[in-house]
Design a protein around this ligand. Structure first.
Ligand SMILES: Nc1ncnc2c1ncn2[C@@H]1O[C@H](COP(=O)(O)OP(=O)(O)OP(=O)(O)O)[C@@H](O)[C@H]1O
Ligand SMILES: [Mg+2]
Length: 244
């Protein structure tokens, strides 16, 4: 697996930013130096989840315009040493082009073990830029028909862009709700429908979600944190059995 991931989804709100923050923290726990790049111009969110939004002055658009060197727009996540964030522009008009994004990430990747690029849902400019700079993709989907339909569209676009590795994370999984919905017989059929190899399953976890909304990096022993740790190990090349 490469070191630069685009974290994407077809439908909005599947948990991309939550996964980016959770995985970032989990990768740091494994001894990595990690940069999260927020490509969701106008709707940035990871900074809030990691509790750094109050500190932000510069963003990725300032770097591209030459208003500041990259290091001035990269913020350490105070409570998690070795986790850094490069925020998205506040304005959607300042979206970064794929060509520029690729150049920027090529420079930045020398300084980090992993770069996670959070992007907007769908296949607009934010997605195209994030994908242009990425070595592999993580599609975040929920185990529902609508989410999976969007997932297939994104997957097809990633294939056309030549992304060599496309993996799936099923987020907010709740066995009881899944059975009650009774659309898919099992998780294997969800994975088949998504058309991507499974990287991990993150359970529905209200406690972890509430922490993220309060700007507290996902730590502790919650179900989601356990899942982030397992995914992080896989990204580091460690074989961890999938738990379905
Ligand atoms: N595993 C989880 N368990 C419970 N709630 C979750 C989980 N993951 C995410 N959420 C909640 O789902 C909502 C959407 O999450 P998030 O903002 O990470 O999604 P997103 O894909 O980044 O959205 P967008 O497409 O708008 O960028 C949030 O309220 C978040 O707290
Ligand atoms: Mg998001």
């Amino acid at each position: 697996m490469g070191r630069v991931a685009v974290i994407t989804s077809g439908k909005g709100g599947t948990g991309k930013s939550t996964l980016a923050a959770g995985l970032g923290v989990a990768l740091v726990r494994r001894g990595n130096r990690v940069l999260i790049i927020d490509c969701d111009a106008g709707m940035r969110g990871v900074d809030l989840m990691l509790g750094v939004s109050g500190k932000l002055v510069f963003d990725i658009a300032d770097v591209v315009r030459g208003n500041c060197p990259p290091e001035n727009a990269i913020y350490p996540c105070g409570t998690v040493p070795e986790l850094y964030i490069l925020p998205a522009p506040q304005n959607i008009r300042d979206e970064i082009s794929p060509h520029i994004m690729r150049q920027l990430v090529r420079v930045l990747e020398k300084y980090y073990d992993h770069i996670l690029i959070d992007c907007p849902a769908g296949i607009g400019t934010g997605f195209e830029s994030a994908a242009a700079a990425a070595g592999y993709a993580v599609i975040v989907a929920n185990a529902e028909p609508l989410s999976l339909r969007g997932c297939d569209k994104v997957r097809q676009r990633l294939v056309r862009l030549g992304i060599p590795e496309i993996r799936l994370v099923i987020n907010r999984f709740n066995e009881k709700k899944f059975r009650k919905m009774n659309v898919f017989p099992d998780l294997d059929s969800v994975i088949d429908k998504a058309g991507a190899r499974l990287l991990g399953i993150v359970p529905e976890d209200g406690a972890a979600a509430a922490q993220a909304q309060k700007g507290q990096p996902p730590e502790g022993r919650s179900k989601a944190v356990y899942a982030f740790d397992r995914i992080a190990a896989r990204l580091d090349g460690v074989e961890v059995q999938l738990e379905i």
